[in-house]
Ligand binder design. Sequence first.
Ligand SMILES: [Zn+2]
Length: 70
Amino acid sequence: MVEPSQPLKKCTLCGRELNRVDDPLSGDCGGDCWGCIGEIEADLGWEESLEAVRKEHEAGLRPSWVERKP
Ligand SMILES: [Zn+2]
């Protein structure tokens, strides 16, 4: 349920506010944040997402992320 009067969209998975300039993982991926979507895609083996998530993990943005080894 989306309220039109509400300016901030939030991730449907984790509740993070989307498109925050101070949060690099908050990009809007169709209603969910990149923080969630990136990890899901990385888990699914999407190379581009995996590489981006890996870099973000190394940069300290995803401290709890663990790369799933095949
Ligand atoms: Zn999220």
